[in-house]
Write a protein that binds this ligand. Structure first.
Ligand code: G3I
Length: 383
C-alpha cells in the first residue's frame, strides 16, 4: 500500500514540475509553464517583435508567453487605412508568428473610437457607418476565421461614470452599434470568443456600466463571451477587493474574464498633485520622473509585492480567468514611458529594459512554486 502511495506522490511531483532535475523532459521554469493549467500568460507585441527583428526579445517572448496580442498593428487606422483598401501585411505576420509558436492569438481591436483612419472619423450618417461596420468587421474576422482565438469586438465604449462614450459610433448609430458589432463578429466566425474590453472597469460605477452593456447585448440576441479587464494599474489601486468584486460580477453574467493589458505604473500621476493644472506641461520635470536611471530597491519590492498579491487573487479565481496578458514584453517598450507625460522612465512590467527578470517576476513565479509545494505537502499528509 505504502509503495503505491509513494509512486502516486512521485507522479504527482512530476506533474507539478517539481522533479525537474530528474526529468529532463519536464518543461523549464517560465511564466507560461508555471501557470499552465491556470490561465494563458500573454504579452502585447509591437511591429519589430512581430517581425522577429530583436532576437533576444524574440527568445524571451517564446520562452515566457503562450498568448499574443498586437499592441497596435491590428487597429483600424493600420489595417483599414482607406475606405476600399485593407492592409493585412503586418496582421498576416502577427497571426503566422502566433501559429508558428503555438500561441493563443487575441485580436485587438475591431471597434474603437481611437486610432481610427482619418476617413472613418469623418463618417457622419448612419447608413455610411452601418456599411463601414459591416465591411470592417466581416472582412477582418472572416479573414482570420479559425486562426484568431478571441477578439476585442468593442474597446473602451464607456465613460468613467458608466454611461456610453460619445464616440463617432454612438453619434451616428445610437447604442445599438454595440449589439450590431457583436452580431456581425459572430456571423463572421461563430466559434471565436468575443470580448468587450475596457480600462478602469474594476471601479464600481464603470463596472455597473459594463454589466448594463453586456446585459443589453445579450437581451438583444448578440453573442458575447467575455469581458477584458485591461488592468492598467497602480501600486496602490485599484484595491484587491474591487478587482475581486469585478471578477465575480463579470463571471456571474456567464462570461469569461481576461486581464488583457496588465501593467503597474510606479511613477507619480499629474492628476494626483494637489491643485495641479492637468494641462500643465510636465515634460522634463524631474519631480515627475523620479527614477530616470534605475528603480530604487524599495520600489522594486513594492512592485513585486503588488504583482504577487494580484496573481494570488488571479489564482484564487483561476476557474473564471482564461488569460492574463501584459501590455508589453519589457519596461523599455512600455507605452507608460510616454503617457501621461512624454519621455519618462517607467518600470511597469516583469522584465526590465535589458530583458532581465525583475523582483516582480520572481515574486510571481515563487507564488506558484509555493502553491505547488503546499499541494505536495497536503497530498503527503493525506497518505
Ligand atoms: O506609427 C507612428 C509612427 O509612424 C511615428 O513615427 C511615431 C511617432 O511618435 O508614432 C507612431 O504611432 C504611435 C503608435 O502608438 C504606434 O507606435 C502613436 O504616436 C502612439 O500614440 C501610439 O500609442 C499607442 C496607444 O495605444 C494609442 O492610443 C500605444 O503604443 C499602445 O500601447 C496603446 O494601447 C492602448 C490599447 O490599444 C487600448 N487600451 C489602452 C492602451 C494604452 O493606451
Amino acid at each position: 500500500m505504502k509503495l503505491i502511495n509513494n509512486s502516486i506522490l512521485l507522479g504527482f511531483l512530476f506533474t507539478l514540475g517539481i522533479c525537474n532535475s530528474q526529468n529532463t523532459k519536464t518543461a523549464q521554469a517560465s511564466l507560461k509553464n508555471n501557470f499552465k493549467g491556470d490561465f494563458y500568460i500573454g504579452t502585447a507585441i509591437n511591429a519589430s517583435q512581430i517581425e522577429e527583428k530583436d532576437t533576444k526579445a524574440d527568445a524571451l517572448i517564446r520562452k515566457e508567453f503562450n498568448s499574443i496580442t498586437a499592441e497596435n498593428i491590428m487597429k483600424s487606422m493600420f489595417v483599414h487605412p482607406e475606405k476600399d483598401r485593407y492592409d493585412f501585411a503586418m496582421t498576416d505576420k502577427f497571426v503566422a508568428y502566433g501559429e508558428k509558436n503555438k500561441m493563443f492569438i487575441h485580436g485587438h481591436t475591431l471597434i474603437w473610437h481611437s486610432q481610427l483612419a482619418p476617413w472613418m472619423a469623418k463618417i457622419k450618417d448612419s447608413t455610411e457607418m452601418k456599411a463601414f461596420m459591416k465591411d470592417h468587421i466581416s472582412t477582418i474576422v472572416s479573414k482570420y476565421k479559425g486562426r484568431i482565438n478571441s477578439w476585442d469586438v468593442v474597446n473602451e465604449a464607456l465613460n468613467e461614470d458608466g454611461t456610453l462614450r460619445k464616440s463617432v459610433f454612438l453619434n451616428t448609430l445610437g447604442e445599438n452599434y454595440l449589439i450590431d458589432a457583436f452580431k456581425l463578429a459572430a456571423q463572421a466566425d461563430p466559434n471565436v470568443d468575443l470580448y468587450y474590453n475596457d480600462y478602469n472597469i474594476c471601479e464600481p460605477k464603470k463596472r455597473e456600466g459594463v454589466i448594463k452593456l453586456v446585459e443589453n447585448i445579450k437581451t438583444h440576441g448578440g453573442k458575447i463571451d467575455g469581458v477584458g479587464i485591461q488592468g492598467h494599474w497602480r501600486l496602490d489601486s485599484p484595491s484587491l477587493e474591487e478587482i475581486e468584486k469585478s471578477i465575480l460580477a463579470y463571471s456571474k453574467l456567464g462570461l469569461k474574464v481576461a486581464f488583457t493589458e496588465l501593467d503597474v505604473t510606479v511613477l507619480p500621476n499629474p492628476w494626483d498633485l494637489q491643485g495641479a493644472d492637468v494641462n500643465q506641461n510636465f515634460e522634463g520635470s524631474a519631480e515627475m520622473n523620479p527614477y530616470p536611471k534605475t528603480l530604487p530597491d524599495s520600489i522594486q519590492t513594492k512592485l513585486a509585492e503588488r504583482y504577487a498579491s494580484i496573481f494570488k487573487l488571479f489564482l484564487k479565481h483561476k476557474d473564471k480567468i482564461c488569460r492574463v496578458t501584459f501590455w508589453g514584453v519589457h519596461d523599455g517598450q512600455s507605452w507608460l514611458n510616454d503617457w501621461p507625460i512624454k519621455g519618462r522612465t517607467n518600470y511597469p512590467l516583469l522584465f526590465d529594459s535589458n530583458l532581465k527578470p525583475k523582483k516582480a517576476y520572481n515574486s510571481v513565479m515563487r507564488l506558484k512554486e509555493l502553491q505547488n509545494k503546499e499541494l505536495v505537502k497536503k497530498h503527503a499528509l493525506k497518505n
